[in-house]
Design a binder for this molecule. Structure first.
Ligand SMILES: *Cc1c(COP(=O)(O)O)cnc(C)c1O
Length: 385
């Protein structure tokens, strides 16, 4: 297993802009060969000087995706069957009694994995608000593993990755950043000192609500550190390998990420400003707004405010549900990061009762902004209470 095999020579990506890297990385560059890495549906290889079995040795299809995301984030990437498969593989490496720091506004699946580890393995868990950097710095001192998610979902708080990573390094703790909401184009956690950057490629990378996939990008700066090999073993023996079609589609999605994000983000900026002025909207959370408490930090660490925002409406959970039920174009759906705009009243999900009851998370897509605005306004104004 793990015998190197012949692959197309990689293009030198040095000095290219991320938008170009998203298009150019992970492609063959051989005369007479397809410009795309073909889909290779394979489990078994003829024995000899090369790969033997796909679960451990991978396929060209996954590797193309890994090469591209790794190039964007400046590390070595491993693709998984879903974001949760990637996240579980990371937490699986923690032993009994591990000390973990986790955001209080955090992807529910991650919180569930950690709660399970606390119950079974006695993990000691501290949960902190993403934006309270000083508390993260203090907590880093006694921690083994620090999990960050910034911008946070759905409260859109901004964490200070560089400051937390500096404190973690001094304490010998590892830091993983869930970079799903920011995307590899807006934030590069490894450059800020993180050990791992994690994606649900189901979201912005895939971008079309048609696949599940996950990616971990590992920093490879510590000499002798085997984080990448250990995670590869967990994928091989946990069996959480990505599908061929999913890997192909995720890479195809990545090719247009910069264009999709440009439009979705411009839409989000416009919608956030208009919602902020609407008489029935009591609060808008979006790092692109000047009023956002993390606005300056977001400007310093992110290349843009992104395409996710939340807003709260006057009234109750019930009246909010009635308003959302009037939406025609915008999907009432749970996921985020796709070309189509989706909205969800988040407190209706189990485990989310800490959220304001009327908080609606809007994952802004690439439709025309005026159509999105008309749909939102007719729904919000459609109920007189
Ligand atoms: C969706 C999501 C995940 C989980 O990814 P799946 O691909 O659904 O398994 C993890 N983190 C964040 C921030 C997500 O939005």
């Amino acid at each position: 297993m793990n015998v190197p095999r012949r692959r197309a020579p990689a293009l030198d990506l040095t000095g290219l802009h991320p938008d170009t890297v998203a298009v150019a990385a992970g492609r063959p560059h051989l005369a007479g060969q397809p410009v795309n890495t073909p889909m290779v549906p394979v489990s078994n290889y003829d024995s000899g000087n090369g790969p033997e079995y796909a679960r451990g040795d991978g396929t060209d299809t996954w590797r193309a995706l890994e090469d591209a995301v790794g190039a964007l984030e400046g590390g070595k990437a491993l693709a998984f069957s879903s974001g949760m498969a990637a996240i579980s593989a990371l937490f699986d490496s923690l032993g009994p009694g591990a000390k973990i720091v986790l955001p209080d506004d955090c992807y529910q699946g991650t919180a569930t994995v950690v709660a399970d580890g606390a119950a079974r393995l006695g993990w000691r868990v501290i949960r902190l608000p993403t934006a309270e950097t000083e508390r993260w710095v203090q907590a880093a001192a006694g921690a083994d593993f620090i999990w960050m998610e910034t911008p946070s979902n759905p409260l859109l708080e901004i964490g200070d990755i560089a400051t937390v990573c500096a404190a973690a390094e001094a304490a010998g703790a590892l830091v993983a950043v869930d970079n799903t909401v920011a995307t590899p184009l807006l934030q590069r956690p490894l450059d800020l000192g993180a050990t791992f950057s994690v994606h649900s490629a189901t979201k912005f990378i895939g971008g079309h609500s048609d696949l599940l996939a996950g990616i971990v990008v590992c920093a490879d700066r510590q000499p002798g550190w085997d984080g990448f090999e250990s995670l590869t073993r967990r994928r091989t023996y946990g069996g959480a390998t990505p599908g061929t079609l999913e890997s192909y589609l995720a890479l195809r999605g990545l090719r247009t990420l910069s264009l999709r994000l440009e439009r979705a983000q411009a839409n989000a900026v416009e919608l956030a400003e208009r919602l902020d002025q609407h008489r029935l909207v009591t609060k808008v959370r979006y790092p692109g707004l000047l009023s956002h408490p993390g606005h300056d930090l977001a400007r310093a660490t992110l290349d843009g405010p992104g395409a996710l925002l939340s807003f709260e409406l006057v009234g109750s959970a019930v009246s909010t549900d009635v308003r959302l039920s009037k939406l025609q174009l915008i999907h009432r759906a749970t996921s985020l990061g796709a070309v189509e705009t989706c909205i969800e009243r988040r407190a209706k999900l189990s485990g989310q009762d800490h959220l304001p009851p009327t908080l609606c998370r809007l994952s802004v897509g690439i439709e025309h902004v005026e159509d999105l605005w008309s749909d939102l306004v007719q729904a919000i104004d459609g109920l007189v209470d």
